[in-house]
Design a protein around this ligand. Structure first.
Ligand code: 13P
Length: 258
C-alpha cells in the first residue's frame, strides 16, 4: 500500500509572519482523517526551514519539511548555497530536486541533478525528484523519451529503495498555467514511470511513490487520485492557502479510498 502524499511547494512566496499564519490555520483546519492514511510535506523557502521546524515541533501538526533545492557538496566555498548536511541539521527531511523551474531558469542539467540526488541520499534526505516534458516536447510526442532520459541520467548508478525517495511527474506546460493533462493522460505517464522502476528492480518489487504536479487544486485532485498509479500531489499555487491545501488532502485521500 502506497500512502498518499501531498506536498506544498511554496516556491519563492511568503514571509515568516505569513508562514506562521499558515501554520495557525493548518492547526485549526487539519484534516480529520486517520493519520496512517496520508502524509503531508511543506516546502517553504530555505530561510524559513529552521524557524518552521521549531514551530512544528511545538505544534500538534504531523507534517514533514522539504527544502526546494540543495547543493551537491556537504561544505565548501560555494557562496549562496545550502548543503544537505545543513538541511538535515535544521530538521528538514525531504528535498525537491530537479524542479522544472530550476532546470529552466538556473540551467540545471540531468548530470547536476544526479549529483544532487546522490548527495541528498548520502545525507539521509528523501529526495522528491521532478520530471516532466515541455509543451513542445509533448507536441512532438517526445514525452516519454524526455522523462526516461531525466530518470536514467538523474539516477545513473543510484538505486535508492522505494521509500528512500519520491518522484513527481510535473508536465512543464501544466505548471502555473491552469492547464492539466486529463487524469488518464497523467496516469499513462505515471504507469510508464512505474514500469521503468519495475524494469530496474523486478516486476514484483515495490516502486517509489509517484506524485502528480501542475495546476493541481482541491477541485481536480479527486479525479487524479482515482487513478491507480497517482500516489499524491506536488502543488504550487493551490498550496499557498492552508485551507485549500487541507481541502486538497481531504479530497485526495477520500478519492483514493473509494
Ligand atoms: P502549480 O501547482 O502552481 O501549477 O505548480 C506546480 C509545481 O511546480 C509544484 O512544484
Amino acid at each position: 500500500m502506497r500512502t498518499p502524499c501531498f506536498v506544498a511547494n511554496w516556491k519563492m512566496n511568503k514571509t515568516l509572519g505569513e508562514a506562521q499564519e499558515y501554520l495557525r490555520t493548518l492547526e485549526k483546519r487539519w484534516p480529520h482523517l486517520p493519520a496512517s492514511s496520508w502524509e503531508a510535506i511543506l516546502a517553504p523557502p530555505f530561510i524559513m526551514l529552521a524557524p518552521m521546524a521549531e514551530l512544528l515541533k511545538a505544534s500538534t501538526l504531523r507534517i514533514g519539511l522539504a527544502a526546494q533545492n540543495v547543493h551537491f557538496e556537504d561544505r565548501g566555498a560555494y557562496t549562496g548555497e545550502i548543503s544537505p548536511l545543513m538541511l538535515r541539521d535544521v530538521g528538514c527531511r525531504y528535498v525537491i530536486i530537479g524542479h522544472s523551474e530550476r532546470r529552466t531558469y538556473f540551467g540545471e542539467t540531468n548530470a547536476l541533478i544526479h549529483k544532487k540526488l546522490a548527495a541528498a541520499l548520502r545525507a539521509g534526505l528523501i529526495p522528491i525528484l521532478c520530471v516532466g516534458e515541455t509543451r513542445e516536447e509533448r507536441e512532438e510526442e517526445k514525452t516519454w523519451e524526455v522523462i526516461e532520459r531525466q530518470l536514467r541520467e538523474g539516477l545513473d548508478d543510484l538505486r535508492p529503495g522505494p521509500s528512500d525517495w519520491l518522484i513527481a511527474y510535473e508536465p512543464v506546460w501544466a505548471i502555473g498555467t491552469g492547464l492539466t493533462p486529463t487524469p488518464a493522460e497523467a496516469e499513462a505517464v505515471h504507469l510508464q514511470i512505474r514500469d521503468f522502476f519495475r524494469s530496474l528492480s523486478g516486476e514484483e518489487a515495490d516502486t517509489p511513490r509517484i506524485l502528480y504536479g501542475g495546476s493541481v487544486t482541491d477541485k481536480n485532485i479527486a479525479a487524479f487520485m482515482q487513478e491507480e498509479d497517482i500516489d499524491g500531489a506536488l502543488a504550487g499555487g493551490a498550496s499557498l492557502s492552508a485551507d485549500s491545501f487541507c481541502n486538497m488532502i481531504e479530497q485526495g485521500v477520500k478519492a483514493k479510498e473509494r
